[in-house]
Design a protein. Structure first.
Length: 519
């Protein structure tokens, strides 16, 4: 008896059928879906904010600025450019292929699986989805089970807005995801921890499925004494405190000299009091830790150094106050594991070069932050630190620029997305050479056929070399320029010699030339 198809197998089959039907090849169809996503965000802002508040007690400002607006702006950016992006790319030729058309076509992969993480439970599973749709794929979205309210609202709303044959939301925990990953996808986009990233990669390898892994790790921050301290510390503390530190690109730890450390701690204490009051637990602007398990894990880090600011833990409320730790050993847990909570350990270094060395001795960060106005220090960081991305003199805001690809390197991830990079991620660039039967080209081309000879090898090698022949596109510019110059010249001539006369004289000259050349 044939085995019964699992629920996931059925969903993947349906998504594949929809892809094979060719529906998503139509760019107007893709744009319609992207606009439907826009409507989904606009019409359900309140419901999304409520779900995010349930999962993380996320303040409305953070929900709007760091989840919904990011999604909406990315869609606007994409919709304004999609018609250009989908155009086949024409490229240059060499002497042998000068009469042919080498073109790069953009193909969707097919059925894409997008798996999101719980910390930005709306933005993380949906931002890649717009790229996957724009590129013409069908998509299965798997939100994180750790943020159940947002997962549920996605499961409820996505089918109401997006095409039901092409786009699906599947929910579940580890057993369900394990089952889901047994299916054959054409692309997997995963956001989450490096540990689960390895599981996803292993599952993808069974079918040689290409993957993008958006992972985590420790994002370091170096600050020197050349900065505007008030501004710099505000930016750093904001980057650490949004989402209660549960941000993959939050500054994880701080490197600075002893003197800078003292100044930093004093300023941070002052700013935290200004923002969250004497009792930060009462502030409506601080998120909660996602689960008891994560709260216990983060609370353990408090033992790894001397608490100089904060340090309060309330398990019932899943609250940890913004905390600064000093006298931390680089070998302690807080310095070897990703913190993913509102604790900022400070490690002393003697200068910027010491800090670069410290960073380079560890896994490549998802993001590296640098606070300095010293050009030499900035140049050294930019040149010497291999990191997913870098932001100088601010934290997290680099995310808002759609033209900056977002992704990690090494253990912090592979591949990138946001804006054009999202479209590129879900697009296979198919190279295609369209030849013709031009006899002149064949005079050159036939040198490849036997009988082989040294002379033919030499000639062909020369002709196959990159010659930078002007492409047709370039030719059209030259022609347009030529026509422009000619029309100015003609206009001047006409003006000089009185319209009609000038034409009849010129035409007479042309006919005269043809007549004399025939006889
Ligand atoms: P998570 O627990 O929500 O897991 C992410 C996804 O993996 C979920 O869909 C979940 O169902 C699935 N999953 C979990 N365990 C699994 C297993 N054993 N087998 C198969 N699937 C499984 O999120 P997380 O991993 O706790 O996320 C936090 C991590 O994600 C941090 O390391 C953080 O830095 C990283 N992160 C990275 C980015 C980025 O863009 N690079 C963004 C957010 C979070």
């Amino acid at each position: 008896m044939a085995e019964k198809m699992t629920e996931f197998e059925q969903v993947v089959n349906k998504a594949r059928e929809a892809f094979l039907s060719g529906k998503t090849r139509n760019v107007e169809f893709r744009k319609k879906q992207l606009k439907a996503l826009q409507r989904m965000y606009d019409e359900n802002e309140g419901a999304f904010c409520t779900a995010l508040a349930k999962d993380l007690r996320k303040p409305k400002q953070e929900s709007i600025l760091l989840e919904l607006n990011l999604l909406k702006d990315d869609l606007r950016f994409m919709l304004a450019r999609l018609d250009d992006w989908v155009k086949p790319e024409k490229i240059g030729t060499n002497l042998v292929t000068m009469f042919d058309q080498p073109i790069i076509y953009h193909d969707p992969y097919g059925v894409v699986l997008v798996m999101g993480a719980w910390n930005y439970p709306l933005q993380l599973p949906l931002l890649p989805v717009s790229g996957a749709i724009a590129a013409g794929n069908t998509v299965i979205i798997k939100p994180s089970e750790i943020s159940p309210a947002t997962a549920q609202i996605l499961a409820d709303l996505v089918p109401k807005y997006l095409d039901n044959e092409c786009y699906y939301v599947v929910c579940g925990g580890v057993p369900e995801t394990t089952e889901l990953l047994k299916q054959r996808f054409d692309y997997i986009f995963y956001t989450g921890s490096p540990e689960v990233g390895k599981i996803v990669r292993e599952a993808a390898n069974k079918h040689l499925t290409p993957t993008t892994l958006e992972l985590g790790g420790k994002s370091p921050l170096y600050i020197d004494d050349t900065v505007d301290f008030d501004l710099a510390v505000r930016r750093i503390i904001w980057g650490k405190c949004i989402n209660a530190g549960q941000t993959c690109i939050a500054p994880d730890y701080l490197l600075c000299t002893r003197e800078v450390q003292d100044k930093f701690v004093e300023k941070a204490r002052e700013i935290l009091k200004e923002w969250y009051g004497d009792n930060p637990k009462d502030s409506p602007d601080l998120c909660r830790i996602i689960s008891d398990k994560h709260l216990d894990r983060i609370a353990e880090y408090l033992k790894d150094g001397k608490v100089v600011v904060g340090g309060e833990v309330d398990r019932e409320q899943r609250f940890i106050s913004p905390t600064i730790l000093v006298d931390v050993s680089p070998r302690s847990k807080v310095m070897t594991e990703e913190i993913f909570g509102p604790i900022l350990p400070i490690v002393s270094v003697s200068n910027a070069f010491d800090a670069i060395r410290f960073i380079n001795e560890r896994d490549h960060p998802l993001c590296t932050y640098l606070f300095t106005t010293n050009c030499k220090v900035r140049q050294a960081f930019v040149r010497d630190v291999l990191t997913g991305s870098m932001c100088v003199n601010d934290c997290v805001v680099q995310l808002g620029l759609h033209e900056l690809p977002f992704g990690g390197v090494g253990t912090s991830g592979m591949g990138a997305y946001h804006g054009r990079a999202s479209y590129d991620t879900f697009t296979h660039r198919k190279s295609c050479l369209i030849r013709n039967y031009n006899k002149l080209a064949e005079q050159i081309g036939k040198l490849r056929y036997p009988p082989y000879s040294e002379k033919n090898t030499r000639m062909l090698s020369k002709m196959l070399r990159e010659t930078n022949l002007p492409s047709l596109k370039c030719l059209s510019y030259i022609l347009a320029f030529g026509l422009g110059v000619a029309s100015v010249f003609i206009a001047k001539e006409i003006a000089k010699s009185g319209g009609r006369d000038w034409f009849s004289r010129r035409l007479g000259a042309i006919f005269g030339f043809f007549h004399s050349s025939r006889t």
